[in-house]
Design a protein around this ligand. Structure first.
Ligand code: NDP
Length: 450
């Protein structure tokens, strides 16, 4: 058993014994960094794997809040401050019934390497609560956000740990979280990004993850002598990432034909009507079923009617597929359908949306696969621009942010490709991204001593 196998065995027996999502993320990274470990024996001497796979600090807290009828509710809140070798912890906050320590550990672990790949100075963290904003009144959401912040505000700081948005945490929730922090500390300390513009947010942050995903894909395709122009694309999700990916696909002349939510999927053969989608999901916060009511060219398939349990989105033939909803949403059955329909590229907008079995089959069919930690890093990159603007009080225009985002995504691709070339990995962008991110963090850890 070599050093990596031993480290995985130990992790499985100790800090991953019940954490299946975390172990999945950890295994993907460790298996692919083997060539790096062979070239850097000091990582073994420095016991770097064991040090990197354990969170520096995990904060678990109770959140008590009052609903509109004055009933008291209790939720569980978490912040995993995983690694700060590259400076302050940085990562989003997710409010969803599925949130638990395992999900947040996997997200925080991925965030370390994603942040490192951007080349910016930020460590990795993630937080959240098993609270569902769906169906709650605005006042209840405010009360919950205030209670969430009260429970752990003293662990935050603009040079300690900076929060951001994620699933079901958008500008409204960020505003309430930030407002409560200011109430509690009597200070303006930029402890959260993705803020509304009026609270010091950055132009272009809302669009950044979706736009960045498409910029990354565009750069990759250009490198292969291809383009997105005129190409049919399938997208899952209909939240922040999916909507802005669809918007940028249209800008580049592609034809996005699907989207989905937690209840079902839309296929619109004429191309997704973006204005209608925004109205339904961002203004009304309603189900996609209404999209099909208003659009003759669209079909709606309810989740319970998905064939073989795999989202209807992946039944549709396409050139490029962009999973932008949630973790492990694209499994082996979906992958086989996509391959059968001659897909050319998969680019992950969501975090770890593709299962290991699906990745394996894509790779064995030489389908280009752009992993989340590279392809969706645009959001965190613009969050760092937001932090810079808050510190300097100098604000950038939308065009300036967008240009910087495009440059960052293009650099991420070039650096990963260069890593692939160095280690003879051909187009294995997963291994290239993992090696690039791991090396930056490991080197910083070693330089700072034990
Ligand atoms: P949103 O909450 O805005 O949207 C999430 C979308 O996914 C919604 O359409 C939601 O449906 C759908 N969804 C959630 N769970 C499921 C499920 N089990 N099956 C099918 N659909 C589901 O989140 P974001 O768009 O911000 O985030 C999406 C992904 O991108 C997440 O993995 C997140 O971690 C990742 N990400 C986001 C970043 C950002 O800047 N926002 C940055 C980097 C990564 P419904 O409307 O019914 O809730």
């Amino acid at each position: 058993m070599d050093y990596i196998e031993l480290a995985m065995k130990r992790a499985k027996e100790t800090n991953c014994s019940t954490d299946t999502n975390f172990f999945q993320a950890l295994k993907e990274v460790l298996v692919s960094i083997r060539p790096l470990m062979e070239n850097h024996p000091e990582y073994k001497t420095q016991n770097i794997i064991e040090r990197i796979i354990s969170p520096n600090r995990a904060i678990y807290f109770k959140i008590e809040w009052l609903d509109d009828s004055n009933n008291i509710h209790v939720n569980s809140g978490y912040r995993i401050q995983f690694n700060n070798a590259l400076d302050p912890y940085k990562g989003g906050v997710r409010f969803h019934p599925s949130v638990n320590p395992d999900i947040l550990k996997f997200l925080a672990f991925e965030q370390i390497f994603k942040n490192a790949i951007t080349g910016l100075h930020i460590g990795g963290a993630k937080g959240g609560a098993d609270f569902d904003p769906k169906g709650k009144s605005d006042k209840e959401i405010m009360k919950f956000c205030q209670a969430f912040m009260t429970a752990f505000y003293n662990s935050l700081g603009s040079d300690i740990d900076v929060l951001g948005g994620d699933i079901r945490v958008g500008a409204r929730e960020v505003g309430y979280l930030f407002g409560q922090y200011k109430q509690l500390t009597n200070s303006y300390n930029s402890i959260i990004t993705s803020k509304p513009l009026a609270l010091g947010g950055s132009l272009g942050r809302t669009e950044a993850t979706g736009y960045g995903l498409i910029y990354f894909t565009q750069t990759l395709l250009e490198d292969m002598g291809e383009t997105l122009k005129g190409k049919i694309c399938t997208i899952s999700g209909s939240g922040n990432v999916a909507i802005h990916a669809i918007e940028k696909l249209y800008d580049l002349g592609a034809v996005p034909v699907t989207c989905s939510d937690s209840r079902g999927a839309i296929h619109d053969s004429n191309g997704i009507d973006l204005a209608l989608l925004k109205k339904i999901k961002l203004e009304r916060r309603a189900s996609l079923e209404y999209y099909a009511h208003e659009r003759k060219s669209a079909t709606y398939v309810k989740k319970e009617n998905y064939v073989g349990g795999s989202s209807h989105v992946w039944d549709i033939p396409c050139f490029a597929a962009f999973p932008c909803a949630t973790q492990n949403e694209l499994g082996l059955t979906c992958a086989k359908k996509l391959i059968h329909n001659d897909v050319k590229i998969i680019a992950e907008g969501a975090n770890m949306p593709t299962t290991p079995e699906a990745i394996e089959v894509f790779q064995s069919h030489s389908i280009i696969f752009a992993p989340a930690k590279a392809a969706n890093a645009g959001g965190v990159a613009v969050s760092v621009l937001e932090m810079g603007q808050n510190n300097s009080l100098k604000y950038l225009s939308f065009e300036q942010v967008d240009r910087r985002l495009k440059g960052i995504m293009s650099n991420i691709y070039s650096n990963i490709k260069m890593t692939c070339d160095t280690y003879d990995l051909e187009m294995d962008l997963i291994a290239g991204a993992n090696i690039l991110g791991f090396k930056r963090v490991a080197d910083a850890m070693i330089m700072q001593g034990v």
